[in-house]
Design a protein around this ligand. Structure first.
Ligand code: 5AD
Length: 349
C-alpha cells in the first residue's frame, strides 16, 4: 500500500501494524504530509471547531536530579544557574494568567521528586484562589504515593513524555539508572489515578529511526493518552548532544497529523519547541491538527535559566500582548482561542 493508502487506513481503522508504520514513516512525501495535515485538521475541527485551547505554563524550578543527555537543565550542566520559585511567586504568575482569562495552569520543573507535599498544598491553593481552574503537573517520574497525593490535592492532568518506546533508543538518550519501564509504569499509574495523562516524544532526537517512531505510535495507541506532546529535538550547547542536528518542522508536523488521525480527540499542543524552530511554527502546528497553545507565564529573568534547548522562544512582551499577538496569528488562519478549561471529554462539540 502506498503512503496515501496507509493514511486512509489509519483514518478508517485508527491503527496500523508495525511494518505499515515503518513504511509510512520512512517514505512519505511532502504531498503525503499535506494530505495527512488536511485530514488531521478536519478531524480536530470535527471535535473542537476552529478553536485552540490556551494553557499557561509556569517553569517554577530548573533543579533536576536527572541527567538526560539531550536536556539543557540536566544535573551535570554546572553552567546553569539553578532556581526554585517561591509558592507566592508561582501563584502571582498564575494570577497574571487568570487575569488574562487563562484557566489551565501547567506547573513544570526539573525532576526532584521530593516535594509532593509542597506541591499538593500549592495545587490546593491554586484551586482555592482561582475557582474552576485546571492544574496540570509536569514534574517527571514520581512514586505512586506521590502521584496519588497530588491527584487528591486536586491536580487534573499530568504530562510525562515517554521520549521513546524503544529500549535501545531510550538507553542512548538517558543515563544507566533511568529506565523506560519505570517511565511507562509512571504513565500507567497516572492513568489509573484518573489524571488526564500526556505522553510524548521529541521528533528527530538522536538515534531515532522510523522503527522507533513506529513503536511510539503503537505505544500511544495502546495507552490512549488524553494529551500528547510532540516537539522537535533542538540541541543545547552544554549537553552530550550539542552537535546533533535539530529535528525538522516537517517531520514534527507529520507526526502531529498522524497522532491526531489516530487519537482523534487527543489534546495536542503546537509546542514552544516547534515555534522556536521556525517563526510561525505553532500556527503550522494548528493547521496540521494541533489544538493547544501554551504561553509562558514564567517571569522573564527566570525563563532564561529554563533552557532545555538553545534558541528557545521566550516571551518578549507582557502576557496580554503575547496572547493578543497569538490570537491575531490564529485569526489569519481562521482559528481563535477558546478560553474554557479545555478538558478531554467523551463528548464533542
Ligand atoms: N530539545 C527539545 N525538547 C527537549 N526536551 C528536553 N530537552 C529537549 C531538547 N534539547 C523536552 C523533553 C521533555 C520536555 C519537558 O522537554 O521531551 O520531556
Amino acid at each position: 500500500m502506498d503512503c496515501r493508502g496507509l493514511i486512509e487506513k489509519l483514518d478508517a481503522e485508527k491503527q496500523l501494524g508495525f511494518a505499515e508504520w515503518v513504511t509510512l514513516l520512512s517514505s512519505y512525501t511532502p504531498a503525503d504530509r499535506l494530505f495527512a495535515a488536511e485530514k488531521a485538521a478536519l478531524i480536530a475541527q470535527k471535535h473542537y471547531g476552529r478553536k485552540v485551547f490556551i494553557r499557561g505554563i509556569v517553569e517554577f524550578s530548573n533543579v533536576c536530579s536527572n541527567d538526560c543527555f539531550y536536556c539543557g537543565i540536566r544535573k551535570s550542566n554546572t553552567l546553569v544557574q539553578r532556581y526554585n520559585m517561591s509558592d507566592d511567586l508561582i501563584v502571582e504568575c498564575c494570577r497574571t494568567g487568570w487575569q488574562n482569562n487563562i484557566k489551565t495552569f501547567v506547573l513544570q520543573s526539573g525532576e526532584v521528586g521530593c516535594c509532593a507535599d509542597r506541591l499538593g498544598n500549592l495545587v490546593r491553593r491554586l484551586k482555592r484562589d482561582f475557582p474552576g481552574c485546571a492544574v496540570t503537573l509536569s514534574l517527571g517520574e514520581l512514586s505512586m504515593t506521590e502521584y496519588k497525593l497530588l491527584r487528591e490535592a486536586g491536580a487534573d492532568r499530568y504530562l510525562l513524555r515517554h521520549e521513546t518506546s524503544d529500549e535501545e533508543h531510550y538507553r542512548k538518550m538517558h543515563p544507566e539508572y533511568m529506565s523506560l519501564s519505570n517511565r511507562m509504569e509512571c504513565l500507567r499509574n497516572l492513568k489509573s489515578l484518573g489524571y488526564q495523562t500526556g505522553c510524548g516524544i521529541m521528533t528527530g532526537s538522536p538515534f531515532q529511526t522510523p522503527q522507533t517512531l513506529a513503536k511510539d505510535m503503537l505505544f500511544m495507541h495502546g495507552l490512549q493518552p488524553e494529551m500528547v506532546g510532540i516537539g522537535p529535538f533542538i540541541p543545547h550547547k552544554d549537553t552530550l548532544f550539542a552537535s546533533y542536528p535539530a529535528g525538522s518542522v516537517e517531520q514534527t508536523l507529520m507526526l502531529l497529523s498522524l497522532t491526531r488521525i489516530m487519537l482523534e480527540k487527543v489534546l495536542l499542543p503546537a509546542t514552544t519547541a516547534l515555534g522556536s524552530l521556525k517563526s510561525g511554527g505553532r500556527v503550522l502546528g494548528i493547521q496540521a491538527g494541533a489544538n493547544v497553545i501554551m504561553p509562558n507565564l514564567t517571569p522573564k529573568d527566570v525563563q532564561n535559566n529554563y533552557l532545555l534547548y538553545n534558541n528557545k522562544l521566550s516571551a518578549d512582551k507582557p502576557l496580554a500582548e503575547a496572547v493578543k499577538a497569538l490570537s491575531e496569528e490564529l485569526n489569519t488562519i481562521g482559528y481563535a482561542f477558546e478560553f474554557s478549561r479545555g478538558d478531554w471529554s467523551e463528548k464533542t462539540c
